[in-house]
Ligand binder design. Sequence first.
Ligand code: ZN
Ligand code: ZN
Length: 178
Amino acid sequence: MYINVSEIPPEGFDFPRGAPQGFDVNFEGRELFPLRSIHISWLEFNAAFSGQDLLFNGRCGGAVSYQCDRCGDDISTDVDLSFHRIFESDELMGSGGDIELKRGDLEITLFDGEGFYLEDVIYEQLILTMPQQALCKEDCRGLCQKCGTNRNSSPCNCIVSDVDPRLEKLKTLREKME
Ligand SMILES: [Zn+2]
Ligand SMILES: [Zn+2]
């Protein structure tokens, strides 16, 4: 869904109040990594001008999926996302000088002055809210290092030393010295 800034009236624009015909937020063909899929089911936003800036605030919800860091299984989760952006046309920014990237809690985004894709705003916000470590469950047992079996569903009989490789090195060093 492309937001064409020149089509936003001076008094601003409310979605969906200003556009009750539904919306088309589509992530098809986009690089989503580290996410696997994004589905947005509802959306509301307000676009308003403040001088040369476009203030863009909104909320959306839906579901995303991504991969467990340990076992690779799909994790699906519902999302409820707020976004607050200030768009400043880079033409209006002039050249040189330091660009102030944050003003209060709002993220300032430079754009070409014509418009932007809502998908970009949503994607960036989703990435910011991703957990540091993506786990399907807190005690995910991961894949067996030997046979590759998912140890959550079928524990194998492989003997895998859980020793930190650095400690392992120290151990062999110590054995050599003795
Ligand atoms: Zn897992
Ligand atoms: Zn195994």
